[in-house]
Design a protein around this ligand. Structure first.
Ligand code: GLY
Ligand code: MN
Ligand code: MN
Length: 465
């Protein structure tokens, strides 16, 4: 990724934040810390998403301040020829204003010395709550210094506000530049899924052994080959019964002829995640029972997709999916009609959780499970109580978010059938999930992850090729 992706959109986002800070407000946004992996090795550095959203800057040890009058101040690593030999070039505060469009920039070593003065005579301080360990204590320390100057006439900010509330709302609607990066990320991930499917069929046709981690290697190859910086999350490559473990990782299990393989993998490109799941027959041909369940999951996904449009609720695709999946479970004998009753009963009693235990969607963006409230802000006080038939607990429901163009979400129904009494044996140990990425459009939604086929026939054709 470019160290500084300065574009007018970052300045425009900072201006939108400034306009919401109230009189004499100031916002403080640190980037992410570097994290030790073991001994003196660090994890690959990943910037903080909020900080990156406002700067496009990917160096560690950096802070952004935005004040209500629209001025932005960056604190960043100083130029250091000695360190740069080891760690690479740094932007440095001198070049930062021209490159990032901020008004001032200082060395990060000056943070503690300068911050009290920058906070003096402000009314409110905004920062992301509960996201950075030690941040509020650090800010408290600066505020104590301001307060100590009260007799000299300094006013100390008396309000602390959660900056996430502003930024989460802004990040929920992806602007055209963000949508473009997300499309490209999804495209690379789709190619990676195609590559893994084709590799699986070729190796099994040749009668050679194939392990899950070898398909993970195909995914990583394709991600990096097309410029993605890393996976957006740990790749799941699950053969056979492993697909029924929701958070399984690519491990060393042998992929056998006749297995289904579930791959949930997506790359991160220029700070944006993609998140795709495909389930395919290792040898390129679905068995009858595999195909029956696959077509059911796909039908439920289609119902969910059809429910996405501006004005619909975030929860609508999940409900549409549940109707189709639960009816299919009743029809295929995965749920016992004598016990579960009608479709409405089975949904009300949540009997489907025996085989479908997660939700259908989450927001997608810079973070794979992206920020943004799932409750409609204007209706936050419309609380209703219900009793959860499984846990027996009282659950508070609020109206879910109204969808608008530019929101991005996944649609990822699944079926996970474990061996059990009354469960038809031909379905035992089949785990299927199908996951695509959607951006809400003016009239419905656009699926940005469909460069990998999803119809069973098309997957089989691809794997024959
Ligand atoms: N890969 C994470 C998810 O599907 O939510
Ligand atoms: Mn997902
Ligand atoms: Mn996923």
């Amino acid at each position: 990724m470019n160290a500084c992706l300065h574009s007018p959109c970052h300045a425009e986002r900072r201006a939108r934040v400034a306009a919401q800070l109230g009189p004499d407000g100031i916002a403080i946004v640190p980037t992410a810390p570097e994290r030790a992996r073991n001994r003196d090795s660090d994890f690959a550095y990943r910037h903080d998403s909020y900080f990156y959203y406002l700067t496009g800057f990917t160096e560690p040890n950096a802070w952004l301040l935005i004040s209500a009058d629209g001025q932005s101040t960056l604190f960043c690593q100083p130029k250091d020829p000695e360190r740069e030999i080891w760690d690479g070039l740094r932007l440095g505060p001198q070049a930062a204003p021209a490159r990032l469009g901020v008004q001032q920039a200082y060395e990060v070593t000056e943070l503690d010395a300068r911050l009290p003065r920058l906070l003096e005579n402000r009314r409110s301080v905004w920062f992301p709550f509960a996201t950075h360990a030690g941040l509020s204590q650090r800010i408290d320390g600066w505020l104590q210094t301001v307060r100590a100057r009260a007799r000299a006439g300094a006013l100390c900010p008396h309000t602390q506000r959660d900056l996430c509330v502003l930024l989460d709302e802004m990040r929920l609607i992806k602007d055209p530049q963000e949508q473009d990066i997300m499309r490209r990320a999804a495209d690379i991930s789709a190619r990676a899924h195609v590559r893994a499917m084709q590799r699986s069929a070729a190796v099994l046709r040749a009668g050679q052994p194939l392990r899950e981690y070898q398909l993970e290697a195909e995914l990583l190859h394709e991600f990096r080959q097309h410029g993605a910086q890393s996976p957006a999350y740990n790749s799941i490559v699950a053969a056979g019964a492993n697909a029924c473990v929701l958070h399984y990782r690519a491990d060393q299990a042998l992929i056998r002829d006749g297995d289904l393989v579930l791959i949930d993998a997506g790359c991160e490109l220029d700070g944006y995640a993609s998140d795709i799941t495909r389930t395919f027959p290792a040898n390129g041909r679905f068995s009858g029972p595999q195909r029956a369940l696959y077509d059911l999951v796909l039908a439920s996904q289609e119902a969910a997709i059809a429910a996405i449009r501006p004005g619909a609720r975030f929860g609508d695709p999940h409900q549409a999916c549940l109707q189709v999946l639960t009816q299919g479970m009743l029809d295929l004998g995965l749920l016992d009609k004598n016990h579960s009753g009608t479709l409405d009963d089975a949904i009300a009693q949540r009997h489907y959780v025996a085989h479908y235990m997660h939700r259908t969607s989450h927001w997608l963006g810079m973070d794979v499970h992206d920020c943004g409230s799932y409750v409609e802000p204007a209706e936050i006080d419309q609380v209703s109580e219900r009793n959860d038939p499984h846990s027996g607990e009282t659950v508070l429901d609020r109206p879910s978010r109204i969808l608008h163009p530019g929101m991005a979400l996944t649609i990822e129904p699944g079926l996970y059938v474990r061996p059990g009494e009354g469960v038809p044996r031909e379905f035992w140990n089949i785990g299927i999930r199908i996951e695509d990425d959607a951006i809400v459009s003016a009239s419905g939604c656009t699926l940005i992850s469909r460069a990998v086929p999803v119809q069973a026939d098309e997957i089989e054709a691809l794997m024959r090729g």
